[in-house]
Design a protein. Structure first.
Length: 330
């Protein structure tokens, strides 16, 4: 299934049905009086979040979502049927934005969360409603209230506990594949990952400790200005509790690699540069012991943080790193 995290749709709630003008006319019954029923209520627009969904692709081809209109009232005091609600099922983590793509109208962050986003119009009164002692044969009725219509954007931000960041070819997808059941595309050229991937890390076997790990496409210098794939996918790690910063150990200047990503995180905003961070030097199976110690020392001196030496391919240091991540997540 194609991954889509941004979609524009037009939603409309239903119009209320009109009231009825009717008089009771039966044999042997004089002065039957008004018996026009009320119109039915228009359908609502409802959003529902589901954990079994992970893309907004359905709304690429179904951009118009309309609830049903209420039916008109009828004689014998019969009210019209209410219009059918339209229920829009979206992945957990979906935000509903105004047309400006900035104002957040709704944030669906819990599985099963259900919110009435737009209410349908109320039905109009029939002439029976207007009967009184001074007006016993009213011919007055009310049309139904119109529903609402607006253009909105749906933006998906994946829900994960930890997120992987780094330059292209830093080994993020390999790391995800090594510690989860996810099967991201892996190749020896940059920008292999074109859309975010999620995986569940199970520690201690099934039923043991676990956390959700997100992998996003790599960033390059100038990503906040649209270079490469830009920063579009950084929204998927905004909700994470911690970032795992992977650095390619085969790079000559590992500090430059680290500074590039930190600069892009700060330029993007969203609090990413202030999140807790774990730094890991990846691909250490391709380095000598001397090179590993030298690059670890360089990074530690610059970042003032502990740096872990790992190799996702060779499963070197991965288990220990996952245990550390799990403790910080929980």
């Amino acid at each position: 299934m194609k991954f889509l995290d941004l979609a524009k749709i037009i939603v409309k709630s239903g119009n209320g049905g009109p009231g009825s003008v009717s008089f009771r006319r039966e044999k042997f019954i004089e002065h039957g009086g008004p018996d026009g029923g009320n119109g039915g209520k228009g359908g609502d627009v409802i959003f529902e979040a589901g954990a079994n969904l992970n893309t907004l692709i359905d709304y690429r081809f179904q951009q118009h979502q309309e609830a049903g209109n209420g039916r008109g009232g009828a004689g014998r005091n019969r009210s019209g049927h209410a219009g059918k609600d339209v229920i829009l099922r979206v992945p957990v983590g979906t935000q509903v934005l105004a047309e400006d793509k900035e104002t957040v109208l709704l944030d669906l962050s819990k599985d099963g969360q259900r919110v009435v986003f737009m209410k349908g119009g109320d039905g109009g009164f029939g002439n029976a409603h207007y009967k009184s002692a001074t007006n016993q044969a009213p011919r007055r009725f009310a049309p139904g209230w119109p529903g609402e219509e607006r253009e909105i954007w749906l933006r998906l931000k994946l829900i994960a506990d930890a997120g992987l960041v780094g330059l292209p070819n830093a080994g993020k997808s390999t790391f995800l594949a090594a510690c989860t059941a996810a099967k991201p595309k892996i190749a020896d050229y940059p920008f292999t990952t074109l859309s975010p991937n999620l995986g569940v890390v199970q520690l201690g076997g099934r039923g043991g400790r676990s956390f959700v790990l997100a992998d996003i496409p790599g960033l390059i210098e100038g990503a906040h200005e649209g270079q490469g794939l830009g920063t579009r996918f950084l929204g998927h790690v905004e909700r994470t509790k911690i970032l795992i910063h992977l650095i390619d150990g085969t790079e000559d200047n590992v500090v430059k690699s680290y500074k590039t990503i930190r600069k892009e995180l700060k330029a993007y905003g969203g609090g990413l540069s202030r999140k807790a961070e774990i730094i890991a030097l990846n691909k250490c199976d391709a380095l000598t012991e001397t090179d590993i110690k030298k690059k670890l020392a360089t990074l530690r001196k610059f970042t003032k943080k502990k740096v872990y030496a790992i190799s996702a391919v060779a499963q070197m240091g991965v288990g220990d790193l996952l245990n550390i991540i799990e403790k910080k997540v929980h």
